[in-house]
Write a protein that binds this ligand. Structure first.
Ligand code: HEM
Length: 526
């Protein structure tokens, strides 16, 4: 080590300018030389960028795919939109202009063709297409990675183990837990309305979904409903979403990414560590408890216990990573959908009245609501399907990389190493897939709407993704959305505030940046 250090010192000394008196080497001459090298480096960099742009435009294997010149030339155009929070809308405009498949960045294709679900995400092809590494990044909880970032073999093993906790049978046993929280939601909404006149529905939906998911993941709620406020951990989670978007953009520039990691202020690193610890400590505490309460781990332990009573299937890094995934994937998404549906229904009084009537005819109290009865409410289910179409909680891309040998994607040959993705928002808002794509029309999902909307390409809507890596919590999410929406409609009449009239027009940083949705609630029967 010391020898290496001495050698380095000698090397730098040899580079230092020597004075003209000692060896005739003039300092100015040296500076000129350095300037020359510097200029040549800049020149070379420019030359490289110029040649790269020419290559991307005229020689790249994707050159025959349509897209704007700026996007085919460099990744800057798409990155600008991501940072601005307008990526899904921009992509939507590109599809309107260029058709069902668009080259939105030099190595990247977006498509709105429903065949892509089977071709790229389906069971038959999932082993060929890999998740795009830059987009998902390494697992912060270390290796072996949890569900989201595991390779296909590691994923299949973990998924088999945890899926017991998300089965219909498990959900039936979790019904009472969920009901407890929606009853508390009604109590707290009533109290907050009396106190403040107006309540922010986005917050109350978040309180509910975070408390439910924390109960199922940590065996205890976070107390958000009880206190009617976010705890710092949840606020930090929301605050970090925009930063994560920027970090995702920086990741594509290795030099900047390296600098970011090296010079990230200590307090931010510590904040991230504390944030991760919050969830890991809670799940560790839960694992030490012996209980038969039907939370996630009761099912996983039952199915995956080894001879010593430990968990044979999940290592600590996977346990921590999956708990953290459940707490993000299973909360914000469901609350987003509830907020979106609430907004759209309150723009169309006739549809709102029809839904309220269906719910109030079916139930007199939350006690009457069962999973089976809720799943049979035609109009409620149509509203949820339409909500998932018009305001998908995961609005952007879920990118995959083609295998080295290339692959067929919707009848077109795509070379190896290409990033391909179906884009939820553009696919669901395309007039080539839907009539009146920007209108909230639950009837399109019902037999009565088939005459008018029968030509809609409903197969393209897979808001929970498709194939072996689709959403694990789909059943839970559907039940939760039905239960919460039905409870709110049964218990209150709601009037959105003036400021909330334009609520839907907000940015998207991977997830929707939802503003508050203030509403006046009147308890039914008052
Ligand atoms: C309306 C609500 C929801 C929507 C629209 C939704 C959507 C999605 C989507 C699109 C994916 C695929 C992501 C990708 O491939 O990168 C996904 C994965 C996942 N979701 Fe959901 N989700 C919702 C609710 C939930 C809930 C309630 C849970 C409960 C824990 C959950 C847990 C997960 C998990 C664990 C994965 C990863 C699955 C795997 O890789 O095997 N999600 N979700």
């Amino acid at each position: 080590m010391l020898i290496a250090g001495e050698k380095m010192a000698a090397f730098y000394t040899s580079l230092r300018p020597r004075s003209a008196d000692t060896n005739g080497y003039h300092e100015q001459g040296f500076l000129k030389e350095v300037n020359g090298i510097h200029k040549r480096l800049i020149y070379n960099k420019f030359l490289y960028v110029f040649l790269r742009v020419l290559y991307n435009l005229f020689l790249h294997p994707l050159r025959s795919f349509p897209g704007p010149l700026s996007s085919r030339a460099t990744i800057l155009a798409s990155q600008r939109q991501i940072v601005k929070g307008s990526f899904p809308f921009w992509l939507n405009d590109l599809h309107l202009k260029y058709g069902p498949i668009v080259r939105y960045a030099p190595d990247e294709l977006s498509t709105i063709d429903s065949r892509v679900w089977k071709d790229v995400y389906g069971h038959r092809t999932t082993n060929q297409f890999t998740k795009q590494k830059d987009f998902y990044g390494p697992d912060q909880y270390g290796n072996p990675a949890g569900l989201i970032r595991a390779d296909n073999a590691g994923h299949a093993r973990q998924r088999k183990l945890v899926s017991h906790a998300f089965s219909d049978k498990a959900l039936k046993e979790q019904e009472l837990i969920l009901k407890g929280y929606v009853k508390l939601l009604v109590e707290q909404l009533t109290k907050a309305s009396k106190q403040h006149g107006e309540v922010d529905m986005v917050r109350f939906y978040n309180y509910t979904t975070f408390d439910i998911m924390a109960d199922l993941t940590f065996g205890e709620p976070l107390g958000l409903l009880q206190e009617s406020k976010y705890i710092p951990w949840v606020s930090a989670l929301f605050g970090s979403i925009q930063l994560l978007t920027v970090a995702g953009v920086i990741k594509r520039w290795p030099l900047l990414d390296g600098l970011l990691h090296r010079y990230l202020p200590k307090h931010l690193k510590e904040g991230r560590r504390q944030h991760m610890l919050f969830s890991s400590e809670r799940v560790d505490k839960r694992m030490q408890r012996v209980t038969d309460r039907p939370d996630i781990w009761t099912y996983v332990m039952r199915e995956g216990k080894d001879e010593d009573g430990g968990m044979s299937g999940l290592l600590p890094s996977q346990l921590h990573s999956n708990a953290s995934t459940f707490m993000l994937a299973g909360t914000e998404t469901t609350a987003t959908e509830l907020s979106g549906i609430t907004y759209y229904l309150h723009q169309q009084p006739a549809k709102l009245a029809r839904l309220k009537k269906e719910i109030r005819d079916a139930f007199t109290s939350v006690e009457d609501m069962t999973m089976t009865k809720l799943s049979q409410l035609e109009y409620l289910n149509a509203c949820i399907e339409e909500g998932l179409r018009i305001y998908p909680p995961v609005p952007g891309l879920i990118p995959r990389e083609t295998p080295d040998a290339g692959a067929n994607v919707a009848d077109r040959w795509v070379p190896g190493g290409t990033i391909v993705s179906i884009a939820h928002y553009p696919a669901y808002h395309s007039p080539s897939n839907f009539k009146d794509p920007d209108s909230f029309v639950p009837e399109r999902w019902l037999p009565e709407g088939q005459q008018e909307y029968g030509s809609d390409n409903k197969e393209v809507v897979n808001a929970f993704s498709y194939g072996p890596r689709n959403c694990l919590g789909k059943n839970l999410a559907y039940h939760e959305m039905r239960l919460v929406l039905a409870t709110v409609m049964l218990s209150f009449d709601m009037e959105l505030s003036k400021e909330a009239e334009d609520w839907i027009h907000h940015e998207c940083h991977i997830l929707w940046a939802k503003p508050p949705m203030k509403a006046k609630l009147t308890p039914v029967g008052n």
